[in-house]
Each structure stands twice: as C-alpha cells, then as structure tokens.
Ligand binder design. Structure first.
Ligand SMILES: Cc1ncc(COP(=O)(O)OP(=O)(O)O)c(N)n1
Ligand SMILES: Cc1ncsc1CCOP(=O)(O)O
Ligand SMILES: [Mg+2]
Length: 217
C-alpha cells in the first residue's frame, strides 16, 4: 500500500505477451523471480474486454506467485484489473488514469507508480498528486517499445537531487548498461527484453540483480 515505497528497489521485471506466451507465461515469470526480481509488473496490451478472462487469470496467478517470492506485484494501466485481483500496486502513464483520481479511488490501499518520461517537473507534479514512485525512460533503444522517446541519463541525476521518491529507470536496459543508471540515481531497473528475451531467464535476472550489489548507499 501507499507508504510501502521502500519496496521499489532492485530488479523490476515486466511481463510481455510475445516473449512469454501461454503455456510458458507463468514459468518464465517464476524464473525471473528465482533470479532475484523484487518487483514484477503485469503489462499486457491485449483488449480489456475480449481478453478479460486471460488477463484476469494471468494477473491473479502472478499476484500469488509474487506473494510466494515476497516480491511486489504491479498491474500496468488497468485499475479495474488491479482491484479485481487485489494487486498491491498499479503503474500508470500519460494515457492512463491520472494519479490523483486513482488516489481518490483507492485511498492508501495501493501503491501508485507514474511514468514521467524525461520530465522532472512532471515527476514533481506526480509526487504532489500522490505517486509512490516515478519512472523515467526510455534510456536506451527499447526492443519492446521502439517508439518510446529517448531520455538522457542526466535526467536521473537531476531527479535524484529534486525528488524524494523512489526512482525507476526503463528502456533497453541490459546487464551491460544498467550500472550507469544505478550510479546516476535509479533505485530500480525496469526490464522486459533484458530478462524475458533471454533463453535463460533466471540467469539474466540474476545478472541484472547483481548490478545492485555494487551500489553505493
Ligand atoms: C516501471 C514502468 N515505467 C514506465 C512504464 C511505461 O508506462 P506508459 O508510459 O503508460 O506506457 P505503457 O507501458 O502503458 O505502454 C511502465 N509500464 N512501467
Ligand atoms: C514500457 C516502456 N516504456 C518505455 S520503454 C518501455 C519498454 C521497456 O522494455 P525493454 O526492457 O524491452 O526495453
Ligand atoms: Mg500505460
């Protein structure tokens, strides 16, 4: 729930319907958790009506799996789905419900993450509207969202100095480039392809998790 934002730290894995189709969906998600992911987001761009059954089933299963691994479960975009499966966290961006409306709807029962792209003022605004964490990116070319605008790593340094909320970095993150983002101020690295496009999902998650061991506190 809101106030639990100390949980926003470490590897933040995000699901992808193409990289983890049924029937391997849950097994690949579990491999990421075994590899050390501390946060798992259900991101499914299917239709909220025609895919409702599958989305509900997958989100419910991920919620239980995250509880087993003591990881934070986040639903992307969809407050109704988050409510239906009792998700402890929801992530929203510019095209989704505004954080203030979500805070009014859910009270402090849920943790809310907000995409701020490359804008520190937007993140400051999100903080005043009840966000529990802010996300910036894309920092590198993203195979999962190639149209995402690119953001300079310097944004993290500025955000770190000006915003008193956990900071998540996203976009094209790999074990080769993730350390630079942590050094610049990211508390968590949100990753799709760098985890789920790997043949060895658990190993990829483990190597990304290891980047946090060298972090300066
Ligand atoms: C942790 C995290 N950061 C950013 C995003 C992107 O959110 P949004 O801009 O709403 O885009 P979609 O993911 O909905 O395509 C995210 N999902 N998670
Ligand atoms: C949802 C989102 N928003 C900006 S980049 C991105 C996708 C991140 O996926 P990948 O880790 O494969 O670049
Ligand atoms: Mg969104």
């Amino acid at each position: 729930m809101a106030g639990d934002n100390h949980l926003i730290s470490g590897l933040y894995a995000i699901t992808d319907a193409h990289l983890m189709p049924e029937p391997v969906f849950l097994a690949r998600a579990e491999a990421a958790l075994r590899g050390g992911a501390r946060i798992l987001q259900y991101r499914d761009k299917g239709d909220a009506v025609t895919d409702a059954r599958r989305r509900r089933m997958q989100a419910g299963a991920l919620r239980e799996l995250c509880a087993q691994y003591d990881a934070l479960f986040v639903v992307n975009d969809d407050p109704r789905l988050a409510q239906a499966v009792g998700a402890p966290a929801l992530h929203v961006g510019a095209e989704d419900a505004p954080p203030a409306a979500l805070r009014a709807q859910f009270g402090r029962a849920i943790l809310i993450g907000v995409s701020c792209y490359g804008s520190v003022p937007q993140a400051q605004e999100a903080a005043t509207r009840g966000a529990d964490y802010v996300a910036f990116g894309s920092f590198f070319a993203s195979p999962s969202k190639p149209q995402a605008p690119m953001v300079s790593v310097d944004v993290l340094t500025v955000a770190r100095a000006m915003i008193d909320l956990p900071i998540v970095a996203i976009g094209g993150i790999t074990e080769a480039n993730g350390s630079a983002l942590i050094a610049a101020g990211a508390d968590a690295l949100a990753v799709i392809s760098g985890v789920f496009a790997a043949e060895d999902v658990e190993g990829a998650a483990r190597r990304l998790t290891a980047l946090f061991s060298n972090r300066k506190e």
